[in-house]
Design a binder for this molecule. Structure first.
Ligand SMILES: [Zn+2]
Length: 183
C-alpha cells in the first residue's frame, strides 16, 4: 500500500486503541512513523548514489514510481542493497525476531512495533504477483502472496473511500463524546 495510506490507517488504529488503553502522544507518533518507515530504507541507496555518485534526481523519481521491469538502470551494489533493505523492512521473520528480543529485554511489548507489523501484514495483501509481491517470509523465501495491487485505480478508490469513512466516523464519535461530557 502507499506510504500515506499506511500512516493514515495506523493513525486510525491508534485513535481507536486510545479509547481502551493509555497511549501517549509520543507512542502514537512513533507507531504512525513505524507504519510508514518500511518504505523508506530501500530508497536510501538510490538517493545516496544520486547525491554522491553518477545518479540524478530523475533516477530517484524514476525508481520511486517505476513498475516491475521499468526501474532505471542502477549499479549492481545499489540494486542489491535496495532490494535487501526492502526485504528486511517487509519481513515478518525479521520483525518477529526483533519483537521477541525487545520483549525479552523489556518484558513488555513496545507498542510502536505494531505500526511496523501493520505495514507488513497490509502489504502482503496489497501487492500482487505481478506488482512486487511482499517478501513477508524473507530470508526463507522472496515469494509473496498474490493480492490486490495497491497501485490499481480500483484499490486506490476503495482504500481512500474507506479511510475517509473511517476518519469521518472517528470524528463524529469524538464530537459526540465531547458533547455528552459537557452535558
Ligand atoms: Zn511497503
Amino acid at each position: 500500500m502507499d506510504v500515506v495510506a499506511h500512516a493514515l490507517w495506523a493513525g486510525a488504529g491508534v485513535m481507536l486503541a486510545r479509547r481502551r488503553c493509555a497511549i501517549t502522544p509520543r507512542t502514537a507518533t512513533a507507531t504512525v512513523a513505524l507504519a510508514a518507515l518500511p518504505d523508506i530504507p530501500h530508497l536510501l541507496p538510490v538517493v545516496g548514489w544520486s547525491a554522491f555518485g553518477a545518479g540524478t534526481a530523475a533516477t530517484v523519481g524514476g525508481y520511486t514510481l517505476a513498475g516491475p521491469g521499468q526501474e532505471p538502470a542502477l549499479p549492481p551494489w545499489v540494486e542489491w542493497l535496495s532490494h535487501n533493505l526492502h526485504c528486511v523492512a517487509h519481513s515478518a521473520i525479521v520483525a518477529g525476531v526483533l519483537t521477541l528480543l525487545l520483549w525479552l529485554w523489556t518484558r513488555s511489548l513496545w507498542i510502536p512495533l505494531l505500526g511496523w507489523w501493520s505495514h507488513i501484514v497490509v502489504d502482503v495483501f496489497t501487492h500482487s504477483a505481478e506488482y512486487y509481491p511482499s517478501p513477508a517470509f524473507w530470508p526463507i523465501t522472496r515469494e509473496g502472496f498474490d493480492g490486490w495491487a495497491w497501485n490499481t485505480p480500483g484499490f486506490m478508490a476503495v482504500n481512500y473511500a474507506a479511510l475517509a469513512a473511517t476518519y469521518w466516523w472517528l470524528g463524529r464519535r469524538r464530537r459526540r463524546e465531547r458533547e455528552s461530557a459537557r452535558t
